[in-house]
Design a protein around this ligand. Structure first.
Ligand SMILES: [Zn+2]
Ligand SMILES: [Zn+2]
Length: 419
């Protein structure tokens, strides 16, 4: 027989078994249940002025912890269905996971089946799904993350995207060998930092599994203490999505040999994901409403939601592959006369301190540009075909292999268009 939960009444201190209905599933700072007990309605009423703010916050933390779980699971789903590494072997050396992958030429990929038979368990699988995918999470899931925070936006003080270095000594390591050469670069790790109205901050670590950090939400001070060497920079919410969009427009320097098809397909899959979310919301309820449902209802709706994302993204990937892998490509915006250049940019060391463009406090022209590019908005107009000349111009500074690929694409009459 289950023991009856008993605690002191918040108002008078007598033993009580009745909980405040307003925050019955509310959570504390660490994501643990934090019900508030009263012996009767009179005590609850007497204490309401004092409890009101806490009641609201406990519910906000519930939405935050659930929202982090939803975003992390959505990211695993995204990576699992649209996986972009060709893994040839996975082995273990003590605690370390050794992953070999093969550089691929343009005749293969860019997507591959995740090698389920090579991994021992879910933890190893998550480590590989998130490997070097830190900046992908806030970029690809930006629209979904906005929906997650919508219902509690009044309780949120600030949302930032934080770039940091993970203390590898404190982590379980995943070593990646590319064509038998150890990839020993230092990579930045990116998390979303949410501060609530009481100023308490939380790290949403969607790609932490590669470091053995599996929790989706952790109080930020604990996260910084237990996993981080240095916090490098803070960007506004949406910075990575914008950075990704700029990359697609040819505004970033990319390393030689960089497979430009990967961001192109990621853009398409992101769009498929956003449509799936939109459709699910139309047929069910808003994401923010789901996050506020009673626990068993929330759990089953979340399964249903993730299943829908999986099915729709998989259908897109299948369609993409069976139609000869055709990409759509963003064009540079009208006012942008500068020649695009390629060099280092994503997933590499930050070599120069770039000024961080921000969406929130930034220029309105950038927001205008975003709107015009239509990348993160639903597509309402038919896509405009890019001419071969426009296409070549976009990728003028790209490495030779990429240029050849783009040329082949355009020449083959591939459905190359802009949104
Ligand atoms: Zn009482
Ligand atoms: Zn309450």
């Amino acid at each position: 027989m289950a023991a009856i939960q008993k605690a002191a009444c918040e108002a008078c201190g007598r033993a009580s078994t009745t909980r405040c209905a307003g925050c019955i599933e509310g959570l504390d700072h660490y994501g643990q249940p934090s019900p508030t007990y009263y012996c009767n309605k009179t005590c609850q009423k007497a204490h309401w002025t004092e409890h009101k703010a806490d009641c609201k916050l406990a519910n906000t933390r519930k939405v935050l912890y659930r929202g982090g779980e939803l975003l992390q699971k959505a990211f695993y789903t995204f990576r699992d269905v649209a996986f972009d590494l060709k893994i040839t072997s996975v082995t273990k050396q003590g605690e370390a996971l050794i992953v070999h992958d093969q550089c691929i030429d343009m005749s293969q990929g860019p997507l591959f089946r995740f090698p389920d038979r090579m991994v021992a368990d879910e933890v190893d699988k998550k480590s590989i799904l998130t490997l070097n995918a830190c900046n992908d999470a806030p970029a690809y899931l930006h629209e979904l993350s906005k929906k997650v925070f919508q219902g509690v936006s009044g309780q949120i003080q600030q949302i930032k995207e934080v770039r940091l270095l993970v203390d590898e000594k404190k982590c379980r390591s995943v070593k990646l060998y590319r064509n038998r050469k150890l990839d020993d670069s230092d990579y930045f790790h990116e998390v979303i930092k949410v501060a609530l109205s009481d100023s308490a901050a939380y790290a949403l670590d969607l790609a932490g599994a590669q470091y053995g950090q599996l929790k989706s939400v952790i109080p930020f001070e604990d996260y910084a203490r237990d996993y981080v060497t240095v916090v490098c920079s803070e960007f506004d919410h949406g910075w990575h999505a914008n950075d990704f969009r700029e990359l697609l427009m040819g505004k970033h320097d990319l390393p030689a040999g960089y497979d430009v098809r990967i961001p192109l397909i990621a853009k398409e899959v992101t769009q498929a994901l956003n449509y799936a979310v939109q459709d699910w919301e139309e047929e069910n309820e808003t994401v923010s409403h789901m996050l506020d449902q009673k626990q068993p209802v929330f759990a089953s709706k979340l399964d249903n939601f993730l299943g829908r994302l999986r099915d729709d993204i998989r259908a897109y990937v299948h369609h993409f592959e069976s139609n000869g892998s055709k990409f759509s490509i963003l064009s540079a915006s009208d006012g942008d006369a500068g020649k695009p250049s390629y060099g280092d940019a994503i997933k590499t060391k930050e070599t120069a301190k770039r000024a961080s463009p921000s969406l929130g406090s930034g220029t309105s022209s950038m927001q205008e540009e975003l709107r015009r590019a239509r990348f993160f908005d639903p597509v309402t107009e038919p896509p405009k075909q890019l001419t071969e000349k426009e296409l070549r111009k976009n990728f003028a500074g790209a490495p030779k292999g990429v240029q050849e690929f783009v040329a082949k694409f355009a020449a083959g009459g591939g459905k190359v268009h802009q949104f």
